[in-house]
Design a binder for this molecule. Structure first.
Ligand SMILES: [Zn+2]
Length: 321
């Protein structure tokens, strides 16, 4: 019988569940809104029912459940810092799945799941040393080095988003100032654009829009249509990203760095300033050694694939939790 894992991707907007085989094929998938409007209870009911529904179609043998979530602690099995999720904090998500769906469950950070998905089916399949940055509402990161995810002494490694990028800079949701994610993320792009609106006299079609309408998506679309202020905001954002990436390259010497998340919709408008910054910031020995690329996987697949991959890894190596 084919071995199957249920991969679960708990996101701030959507929750995705997939049945995944050992080859990384998604056999069946279901997607629903994380905020159905019925609070924590409605959401947990939905998780169980959708999980059971998927499992009722199972033709192989279920070996476990892999769950990827933001703000979670893979060691304790809790989602402990879930600002965008309808859970009470903290929520014992690992036990919840084990008890309700009766299967061995592992929990991974959402960024780790994205990196494992990239390794399993994306652009990192032949790489043993790579990093992945998720550029969404915030900035997530994962490091896959020497053939495995870097977890650190307390499973807390790779919190790049909250490293100080500019001392005493922009206020961050974590309570600190100047964190990288306040400059490089969808929200970071919005803040960059607002700052430029105030400090520059460059014309922009978006100046008339109320602040709430100037989302990263709108700014990116405007930049693609040639809006000079929006282009400048993306350029600055890409430059900050380039600085962060040059630090990663100097520290880790990876084969590749993959970028995923909504901000990557900007394409070359984001990538070009990154490459310019790398040209000026990297030591000669590091120039042109690391491939900088967008994720090869669509956003629908990455999370559930990666969460499932973690379960397969545990099963095969026994060296992951
Ligand atoms: Zn922060």
């Amino acid at each position: 019988m084919e071995e199957i894992v249920l991969g679960v991707d708990i996101g701030g907007t959507f929750t995705k569940m997939s049945l995944v085989n050992g080859e990384g094929d998604i056999l069946r998938q279901t997607v629903f809104s994380t905020h159905s409007g019925q609070g924590a209870e409605g959401y947990t009911d939905r998780l169980i029912n959708s999980g059971k529904e998927l499992l009722s179609t199972l033709s192989g043998s279920l070996i476990g459940i892999g769950v990827g979530a933001p703000g979670c602690d893979p060691e304790t099995g809790y989602i402990s810092f879930a600002v965008n999720l309808p859970f009470s904090n903290p929520f014992p998500i690992r036990n919840f799945f084990e008890e309700n769906l009766c299967a061995h469950t592992v929990l991974v950070k959402d960024s780790t799941a994205a990196a494992l998905g990239e390794k399993m089916r994306g652009g990192a399949q032949d790489m043993e040393h790579f990093a992945l940055l998720t550029l969404g509402t915030g900035l997530g990161s994962a490091f896959f080095m020497n053939g495995r995810i870097v977890e650190g002494a307390h499973s807390l490694a790779s919190e790049m988003g909250h490293t100080t990028h500019i001392p005493d800079g922009r206020a961050c949701s974590c309570g600190q100032r100047g964190c990288l994610e306040t400059y490089v993320s969808a929200r970071g792009l919005q803040r960059e654009f607002m700052g430029l609106c105030a400090s520059e006299i460059i014309p922009s079609t978006l100046r008339e829009l109320p602040e709430s309408k100037r989302t990263a998506k709108v700014i990116t679309q405007a930049a693609k249509s040639g809006d000079l202020l929006a282009i400048k905001a993306l350029e600055n954002c890409g430059d900050h990203l380039g600085i962060a990436i040059s630090r990663i390259i100097h520290a880790w010497n990876p084969e590749g760095i993959f970028l995923s998340g909504g901000l990557t919709q900007a394409g070359d408008l984001l990538m070009d300033p990154v490459k310019r910054r790398l040209k000026s910031s990297l030591l000669p020995a590091f120039q042109n050694k690391t491939k900088i690329d967008f994720s090869h996987l669509g956003t629908t697949d990455t999370g559930t694939l990666g969460a499932a991959a973690q379960l397969f890894l545990v099963q095969n190596n026994g060296n992951h939790k």
